[in-house]
Each structure stands twice: as structure tokens, then as C-alpha cells.
Design a binder for this molecule. Sequence first.
Ligand code: NAD
Length: 290
Amino acid sequence: MNIAFIGLGNMGGPMAANLARAGHQVSGFDLVAPCPDGVTKAATAAEAATGAEVVITMLPNGAILRAVGAEVIPAMTAGAVLCDCSTVDVESARAVAEQAQVAGLGALDAPVSGGVGGATAGTLTFMVGGSDTAFATVQPLFDIMGQKAVHCGAAGAGQAAKICNNMILGATMAVTCEAFALADKLGLDRARMFDVVSTSSGYSWSMNAYCPAPGIGPQSPADNDYTPGFAAELMLKDLRLSQQAAEAVDADTPMGARATELYTQFVESEDGTGRDFSALLPRFAARGRM
Ligand code: NAD
């Protein structure tokens, strides 16, 4: 396939490289990041998109997605598919999909989970919103870049799935960290706590697969001095998107709101920036109730 890839940063770079390695013709554009091996550098996003069957974007936020969409949609050939893999607000995802459809294009919102490790290894999970036809066109590319692609529904459904998942993740990680800090103060050994909770009703991905306590459970960023992994500021971005969406549709999300406040404080007023999102554990461990 002829593919354009716009946004070749930490995630987009290795994703584009995997598509090129699998034998696709990939034309790439980024304002700053270099083109990975095998990807042909285009002078502009529109140039990359011209003649492409699929245009993939992997960008920082909804405003940038809207700007890039306005640039590439007029350059794309009717019937081609615009597939945005960034994490953005549901409203921007739907607005860009609408513009693409008006121009006779297919459109997908396909945010990912799996982080830079998953992007490099080609093991991402894609959560996808858009038409069956557009999904079928891009599915072989999802299979190269990831291990699983779930078609969640119409335009915006992929972003909805992503922010709901990450709202659960943020709140679950926060309570897992505070429970470890409480256990410390109650004189309960962290390893015993893990043994019990990981096989009891308090288990979760945060406890079992990504344990925030160093030296316990499978290898996680806690074992590497909380080097991300999944950075606290990226968790904050996703939590804010969840609250923006909740406000837009009048959904009551008190746990998500509290997790958002907590990560805001951690990132903006404490030492959370550049640390893994599980570094809430040393934060709680160093504090009292206030
Ligand atoms: P990044 O900042 O490394 O990459 C974004 C790239 O977009 C940058 O290289 C930037 O130069 C480029 N860019 C910005 N404006 C542009 C424009 N107008 N035209 C072309 N290129 C432009 O970010 P990332 O970590 O690769 O994340 C990308 C997206 O994936 C974000 O939406 C993020 O929330 C999401 N995401 C990231 C992770 C992660 O672990 N890093 C995990 C899941 C999802």
C-alpha cells in the first residue's frame, strides 16, 4: 500500500518504521522529528498525503489534528482513508471524520494503548471508531503495528474507549498506590500485600501487571526508579480528556475527577513530570493525611 504517516515522534516513528519494514511504501512528514529508516521524507503533510491509500496521523492533540486534517484532506484521493491514531478529544475526532466524509474519504479514529514499547515491538492495541469499510481497509496495517484492533463503533468510539480505559487506569493506579502506603503504615509487608491482593478481589492491571512497588511482581517502571513507562503527564492528558468528555455529555465521574486533581497536583506542583505514573506510591509513602 501507499501510506502517508504524519507525526513521527516517539510513537509515530517506530509505527511508520514497522509499516515500511513490512514492505509498504511509506511517505512521512513531521515538523521536527527525523524520518525513520525505510520511510521517504515528504516536504509537507499534503505532499505525503497525495496519492496515499491510507494517511495515518500520530499527533500531540486535537487542535493539531484539526490543522493537519485541514491540510491533508484536500490533497487526498477519493476513497482513501484518514486514520488518526493520536489520543485526542472526542469532539475533534468527530469533526475531522466529518470533514473527511464530506470530501469522499473514509475516516477512522484509532487511538492506541501499549506505549513506546508496544509501538516499537508492533504489539499495540487499537481502539477504532468509523465505518466497516474504512476499518477493513486499514486492518492489515493494524495487524503490522499491533496485536489487536477492536472496532468499537462509529466515529469517536475509539477515542471514547481510550479515555474510559485510561480513566479506569488512572483511578486504579492511584488507589493501588495509596493502599500500599496505607499497608506500610499498618506494618503490612508489601510482598505479602501483593500476594494477597493480586489473587483477591482487589486485583487489577495496576497491581498485577504494573505493580507500583519496587521489587514486587513482574518487572515494571518501579524497578527502574520510576523512569516511564507511561509518564504521569500523559496520564494527566488522558484524564483531562475524560473529564472534558464527561462535561460535554453530562456524565457524573467523581473518581475520574479526583484522579485528575491528584495527577494535576503531582505533575504541576510536585515532582511528577518525567516520572512514571506509578510514582504516586513514593509520593503517598512520604506523606501523612494532609
Ligand atoms: P511526540 O510528541 O513524541 O510526537 C508527536 C509528533 O508530532 C512530534 O514529533 C511533533 O513534531 C509532530 N507534530 C506536531 N505538530 C505537527 C504538524 N503540524 N505536522 C507534522 N508533525 C507534527 O508524542 P508521542 O508520544 O509520539 O504521542 C503521539 C500521540 O500518541 C499523542 O496523542 C499521545 O497522547 C498518544 N499516545 C502516546 C503514548 C506514549 O506512551 N507516548 C501512548 C499512547 C498514546
